[in-house]
Design a binder for this molecule. Structure first.
Ligand code: BES
Ligand code: MG
Ligand code: ZN
Length: 503
């Protein structure tokens, strides 16, 4: 694991295997690089000129240097151009440092040192910059290789990063790094759970992980077993897990702030540990990555673990309905009608539209039991969302403009991006059934499968301010991002933590 230290000594005083520099496009040679050149008598500027290095985002330049007969590396990464406001987008910084980490690892350097650029350059404060530095580098360092046995195929792990900063800014940066470390560990834990093969992470096993987290951090933990789920009238969750030999369960984690009269927010995450589609079986290709269908639940549980340590001034409830969606002689059939926790009924026309069935129970249960001031669900809900927005934006649907702007602000700060789709009432009739209150798939005339799915969920939130996040496109296999790799991204974790911390 990457350990990050903060020092007020100069980069030229560091003992490290790699000296790293970030250069923005069109800027003069940074002073730390100048000092480095002077001390070691190397004219890196000449090399940069020769190689026409301009500082474009992710542009990379490296050379070995011999100091007292020992080899070190110098790695320089471009930060890109400032915008019209003369500031560099903090997302460019996140990508540049993440890319830098991967370059250091590619050079098999055990440690690297970096002078932290001025926070003003990005329009953030020093603590934020420390937080983003830790998050981006630790996310870049994560790799799911625990099932690879060939040693030469394991990811090279960089052990130490030293951040050099002025003595004035040291404490603030350190504070940011400490919080960033908590957030990054939550993101990477979610990624690991999602990446685990579905045989290794069943609903009960995921619930056990949540229980262990609660025990360690002091969160309140409740789990409903299948019998209790049925007894409470949660017909949706019961129906989805019916075909599987694995028990369904519903996990509830509670964080209570010491602050008096604090508001309460609730996060609800879809936890299908494997989605075969059920009797409405998916084609083989579409099933290949369906271990990712518990990404919402993973995001909620790891967010709760981070919040237990970061201690926001708001009560937070995390709810995760967990089940496995498989066909069998006991499986729910197209044509079945189920009754949910709030008494509403739905005709199941397609057993592959199962996410909304488990969320319907979880949302109505959370609204009734906790009466939260706001409720946000997060789910790999519709393939349509991945087609609409691709892998870079999570679909956001809500009729509450204030909640939308809170989420958009959190997305802007964290880089965990969202894009609003219109949850207009005109789409509502799409999920009406002739034989029950609702139908679990939208009528084809309305198309817009992501929005009609959200309308199904809306029938279960009552008057609670609510927003829905569809992460079907963003949860898994996002290309080109320096802080991701193939597999799970941990999308939603940074977003939800930030939302709670700034509530
Ligand atoms: N888990 C899928 C959605 C999904 C698709 C997530 C691709 C990630 C990547 C969900 O349960 C599902 O199967 N949805 C159906 C709904 C349809 C039957 C109305 C879909 O999107 O096809
Ligand atoms: Mg079962
Ligand atoms: Zn499905």
């Amino acid at each position: 694991m990457l350990k990050i230290q903060v020092t007020d000594k100069k980069i030229t005083d560091q003992k490290t295997s790699c000296y790293a520099f970030l250069i923005s496009e069109g800027a003069a040679t940074p002073s730390d690089l100048k000092a480095f050149q002077k001390l070691f008598g190397i004219d890196i500027g000449q090399y940069l000129l020769k190689h026409e290095f301009t500082g474009k985002l992710l542009e990379t330049f490296s050379l070995p240097v011999f100091l007292k007969n020992k080899m070190h590396h110098v790695i320089i990464v471009g930060l890109g151009k400032p915008g019209k406001d003369k500031k560099i987008d903090i997302e460019q910084y996140r990508r540049a440092v993440a890319h830098l980490y991967k370059q250091v690892a590619a050079h098999k350097a055990a440690s690297f040192a970096l002078t932290v650029p001025s926070a003003r350059l990005f329009g953030v404060d020093v603590q934020d910059l420390g937080q983003q530095t830790a998050i981006a580098t630790e996310m870049a360092a994560y790799h799911f290789d625990e099932y690879i046995t060939a040693k030469d195929r394991k990811a090279y792990v960089v052990k130490d990063l030293t951040l050099c900063v002025s003595s004035k800014e040291k404490t603030a940066l350190q504070r940011g790094v400490k919080d960033g470390d908590i957030i990054a560990q939550a993101v990477n834990k979610a990624r690991r759970w999602i990446n685990l093969p579905p045989v290794k992470l069943t609903p009960v096993e995921l619930a056990d992980k949540a229980r262990a987290i609660a025990k360690k951090t002091g969160l309140k933990f409740t789990a409903l077993n299948e019998k209790q789920i049925i007894a409470k009238g949660m017909g949706g969750l019961a129906a989805v897990g019916a075909g599987s030999d694995q028990e369904s369960t519903m996990v509830i984690l509670e964080y209570h702030t010491k602050k008096k009269n604090a508001p309460t927010i609730a996060f609800v995450g879809k936890g299908i540990t494997f989605d075969s589609g059920g009797l409405s079986l998916k084609p083989a290709k579409s099933m290949e990555t369906m271990k990712e269908d518990m990404s919402g639940a993973a995001a909620v549980i790891t967010t709760m673990e981070a919040l237990a340590q970061l201690k926001p001034d708001v009560n937070v409830i995390g709810v995760a309905p967990l089940a496995e969606n498989l066909p069998s002689g006991k499986a729910t059939k197209p044509g079945d009608i189920i009754t949910f926790y709030n008494g509403k009924t739905a005709e199941v026309k397609n057993t592959d539209a199962e996410g909304r069935l488990i969320l319907a129970d979880a949302l109505s249960y959370t609204a009734k039991q906790f009466k939260p001031d706001a409720m946000i669900d997060i789910a790999t809900l519709t393939g349509a969302c991945a087609y609409a927005l691709g892998p870079f934006f999570t679909g956001l649907m809500s009729q509450d403009d204030e909640l939308v702007s809170e989420l958009e602000d959190a997305a802007e700060r964290t880089g965990d991006r969202v894009w609003r789709l219109p949850l207009h009432d005109d789409y509502k009739l799409a999920v009406k059934s002739n034989v029950a209150d609702l139908c679990n798939i939208g009528s084809p005339k309305y198309m817009a499968g992501t929005i009609t799915a959200a309308h199904f969920l809306k029938a279960f939130v009552g008057d609670t301010p609510w927003a829905h996040l569809d992460i079907a496109g963003t949860a898994f296999d996002v290309p080109d991002m320096p802080y991701f790799r193939t597999g799970a991204t941990g999308t939603g974790v940074r977003l939800l933590i930030d939302l709670a911390m700034n509530w």
